[in-house]
Write a protein that binds this ligand. Structure first.
Ligand code: SF4
Ligand code: SF4
Length: 390
């Protein structure tokens, strides 16, 4: 259950040192009284492995964090620990193996004695109370777990401003069915309602502990194309929205991100981070100065007015994705585009290069998120750019 009064445990941690992280997580679990959901349970850890990338880039759960957690879970009596994630892109054992290996997770899991999930089946999770979605295709290990650990990363996010606890659960939706969700809900408000429904559906099933790796996170063009930012903090809560609210306060964001707003509207977290209970440190103890937002958030006054008015006009003027000149024609963005609006052509020199047809683009930024060569840039709408110059 998502309970508004769930506390948020926050503690500083400046480096990926396994013993220190394990001790920190042990203190957090004791402070929050979560051990009863670990002892004798089948625990599934859901990291953030959006795509294959070097963990030092700050975009994926750090393997030292994962290994420390898995070791602690065994020490606290978990009967099994399974790592399960449905990353962006295709969802099959080969793709999973590549992501686990490329993110350093395979070695960490092996060292801690945890298993990696390669079962790519899924089943329907019903949520009759859903506002936008009443059933989700959820990967099997999540459905079979007794307890879920949402091991998220503290990052900026092109579509949702920031990504942490509540957003990370999107990776429980099976494979490319995530793209269908993007296509069904192109607007960030509707997309956030869907994500809130997903959180509600999962919390209705089993206990979830959210642990956020903010030792080194990502700022700028997250969730994958940004730059690492050392924030030196780990946050833990049984409520993903409360944890996100504490982060919102730490980052000092001017407006409330759409997903967090949905949690507030549903009464799952307070309106103000000052109302939360912090059993140890407070968010202001780890205030992050001048956190860089994604380019998609850099809105002109005209655009902000249009955004308040909402509707198709506002979406038309939003920043759009553009393929850069060093595109390798690898097709990853073509596969990940929910609108099928990216084509790959061969130029006169025989090089393959992707091109976006802007007419059908819904500005979900999946292409930017999943391009392994960071060749999708987010640029201002030309009319807005011209208006700014004038
Ligand atoms: S933009 Fe990126 S993902 Fe798309 S084809 Fe080019 S290199 Fe590949
Ligand atoms: S081109 Fe990129 S931003 Fe546009 S719909 Fe496709 S994946 Fe989304």
């Amino acid at each position: 259950m998502l309970l508004k009064n769930e506390p948020v445990y926050i503690e500083g941690c400046t480096a990926y040192r396994q013993d220190e992280i394990k001790a920190l997580l042990a203190r957090a679990i004791d402070a929050l009284g979560f051990e009863e959901h670990i002892r004798g349970k089948r625990v599934v850890v859901k990291p953030n492995l959006v795509r294959k990338m070097d963990p030092e880039r700050g975009g994926t759960t750090h393997p030292v964090m994962l290994e420390a957690l898995c070791r602690l879970l065994f020490e606290r009596g978990a009967c099994s620990v399974l790592i399960a994630e449905s990353p962006g892109g295709v969802y099959n054992p080969t793709a999973l193996g590549s992501v686990y290996g490329g993110c350093g997770i395979a070695a960490a899991a092996k060292s801690a004695g945890a298993e990696l999930n390669y079962d790519c089946s899924y089943d329907t999770l019903s949520y009759p109370a859903g506002k936008k979605v009443r059933s989700f295709p959820i990967i099997t290990p999540i459905l079979q777990a007794d307890t879920i650990i949402d091991l998220c990363k503290l990052k900026s996010h092109g579509m949702l401003t920031m990504s942490a606890g509540a957003k990370n659960l999107f990776g429980t939706v099976a494979g490319v069915l995530k793209f269908e969700m993007h296509a069904r809900f192109p607007d960030s408000t509707d997309f956030s309602e869907m994500l809130a429904d997903l959180n509600g559906a999962l919390y209705g099933q089993k206990p979830i502990l959210c642990i956020c790796d903010g030792i080194v996170g990502m700022e700028g063009n997250g969730p994958t194309g940004g730059i690492p930012r050392r924030m030196g903090v780990v946050l833990v809560s049984e409520n993903t929205f409360n944890l996100d609210l504490a982060i919102h306060r730490m980052l000092g964001l001017k407006s409330t991100p759409a997903l967090l707003r949905r949690g507030m509207e549903r009464g799952w977290c307070p309106e103000d981070g000052r109302e939360l209970c912090y059993p140890f440190k407070r968010p202001e103890d780890f205030a992050v100065k001048d956190f860089l937002l994604p380019d998609s958030e850099k809105k002109s006054t005209l655009q902000k007015v249009l955004t308040v008015k909402g509707g198709a006009l506002a979406r038309f003027f939003e920043p759009r994705p553009l393929i850069a000149k060093d595109c390798r024609g690898c097709l990853e963005c073509v596969r990940s585009c929910p609108q099928k609006t990216i084509l790959v052509r061969t130029d006169k020199k025989g090089r393959k290069r992707a091109r976006i047809d802007p007419k059908k683009c819904i500005k979900c930024y999946c292409c930017q998120e999943l391009c392994p060569f960071e060749q999708v840039k987010i640029v201002k709408n030309p009319f807005i750019a011209l208006a700014n110059r004038i």
